[in-house]
Design a protein around this ligand. Structure first.
Ligand code: UN1
Length: 498
């Protein structure tokens, strides 16, 4: 496995150069085995200054490259990612823990984004519109913003980086990227791919380090005009407050408390499959993971029974072994948070039907594993029904009606993803209207967003922006209105109208 990675110590990538190793480093451990796989620099604010200076110069040139040519780089990035899919997926499993099948899915999401955003190089549409006055032309165009900062999480270390860096780069910006220190290998590999694809130096810069130091320096750096962040609600709020004071554009994608609604007429086998996949896939460590099941009381017992049968079959362990369907939790802090919520759930009077424990027997002791967990008889206001746990823990909340199901779904602070299993077409359309989340699924679980649609959520999940889809371009471009008067005389808008 070690040969997959050609370095033992990572270094920052600034102005097209891999820096000399210096300063402090942290060890990056495989969450499945506890083995150290690489060391990552804990950079200081100086590195952000250097990256910003390089990016500022590079961006001016890059913005003048025609967008279809900028897109050519992304086509090459996508092609290299495709060629390297297996290697990238294995490295992703090693640093993040998600099982290989899911790692392949994540890398594919990045490949899809490359080709989709490369296509935008020939679109980046603005509008032409009629002007009020004769012999006058009016249009709107997208302009790049300048240097943008992206801060990405450990749970989707390559996909989310592509959601943010591809639209930023095709739009003519330069990027400073701070990846999560838990999962820096994907950043190293993607930066190398950009380099091989011929991205001019300084257009993409990677600065490794903590949020408190590097992230904070980025948020406060005058040169960086946009921050695009995916991570915790608490950090996102602080970033938004800091950016607000500086009038800096900020796009946030934060937590979720996503629910699957199972109605009385649902295909229960399908619902069980959807719940299992979206609750226990990635060990529940997705923003989109299902952590509540809102079930009609008439099918509650059957659903519980079937879920328990299928949960028994889940194979847990190192994601590199194809036998395993559920991998480890990212680290000790992740385990401790989940444990805390198990205790909270028990204290609140929820009934624990399965799991609830860290797994420490045999080889499990080397990594960080938590048993897939099912609570039932959860009431909507309990903390386990309200707060994001980010682990393989599902709370079943019984309800009496469709209306109550919608109300419970919407009665949380977050609004990322929701799902309903029903065969009633009227309920389907009412649900897509009334569920107050940014993503709605019908007869599927809460995960699996496709890259050409807007990704993000309402309420505490975000601040109105979207990752991916054509909407991502709005984060990384400024709208410019352009008027061309070809009348040869001064025409005054709103005044010289006949
Ligand atoms: C995340 O968990 O932050 O929809 C991203 C999904 C994936 C992306 C998840 N396509 O589950």
């Amino acid at each position: 496995m070690e040969s997959l990675l050609d370095v033992k110590q990572l270094t920052n990538y600034i102005n097209g150069e891999w820096e000399e190793a210096k300063g402090d480093f942290a060890q990056v451990k495989n969450p499945a085995t506890g083995e150290t796989i690489v060391e990552v620099p804990l950079s200081t604010a100086d590195a952000v200054d250097q990256a910003a200076a390089a990016a500022e110069i590079a961006q001016k040139e890059w913005a003048l490259v025609p967008a279809p040519q900028r897109a050519e780089v992304l086509y090459r990035v996508g092609t290299i990612m495709k060629e390297r899919k297996e290697k990238l997926s294995k490295l992703l499993t090693m640093e993040n823990g998600k099982v290989l099948e899911e790692a392949r899915g994540e890398v594919q999401e990045g490949i899809d984004m490359a080709f989709y955003m490369a296509g935008e190089g020939r679109r980046l549409f603005g509008q032409t519109t009629p002007a009020e006055l004769k012999n006058k032309f009016a249009m709107s165009v997208r302009a790049p913003i300048g240097v943008v900062g992206i801060i990405t999480p450990w749970n989707f270390p390559i996909a989310i980086a592509t959601w943010k860096s591809f639209p930023a780069i095709v739009s003519g910006n330069a990027v400073i990227w701070k990846p999560a220190t838990e999962t820096p290998i994907m950043a190293y590999e993607l930066a190398k791919i950009y380099e091989e694809a011929g991205l001019p130096k300084g257009v993409l810069n990677v600065v490794f380090g903590s949020g408190a130091t590097v992230g904070d320096a980025m948020v406060h750096h005058d040169t960086i005009r946009v921050i695009s962040f995916t991570g915790s609600n608490e950090t996102g709020r602080n970033i938004a407050a800091d950016c607000g004071r500086q009038l800096k554009k900020v796009s946030l994608e934060m937590g979720g408390k996503n629910a699957v609604i199972v109605m009385d007429d649902a295909d229960l086998n399908l619902a069980v499959e959807g719940i299992l996949w979206s609750a226990f896939g990635t060990s529940g460590q997705r923003c989109t993971a299902c952590s509540r099941v809102i079930v009609h009381e008439s099918v509650k017992e059957t659903l519980e029974e079937r879920l328990l049968v299928e949960m028994e079959k889940l194979t847990i362990g190192d994601g590199l072994d194809a036998v395993n369907k559920v991998g480890p939790i990212i680290n000790d802090a992740g385990i401790e948070k989940i444990k805390k919520y198990i205790e909270i759930g028990k204290d609140e009077g929820a009934k624990l039907l399965a799991g609830g424990n860290q797994m420490t027997d045999g080889d499990f002791a080397k990594g960080h594993y938590f048993a897939p967990t099912l609570f039932t008889d959860v009431t909507p206001e309990m903390r386990i029904g309200q707060e994001e746990i980010f682990g393989p823990v599902v709370s079943l909340i019984p309800v009496k009606s469709f209306e109550e199901a919608i109300e419970v779904n919407n009665g949380v602070e977050y609004g990322l993803s929701s799902s309903i299993f029903t065969r009633d077409v009227n309920r389907v359309f009412q649900a897509q209207r009334d569920l107050d989340t940014g993503i709605v699924y019908v007869n599927a679980g809460t995960t699996g967003a496709e890259i050409h649609l807007p990704f993000g959520g309402t309420k505490g999940t975000g601040n109105g922006h979207r990752d991916s889809g054509v909407q991502a371009l709005d984060v990384f471009t400024e709208w410019k209105a352009v008027y061309v008067d070809y009348s040869g005389k001064l025409q005054r808008a709103q005044i010289d109208v006949e």
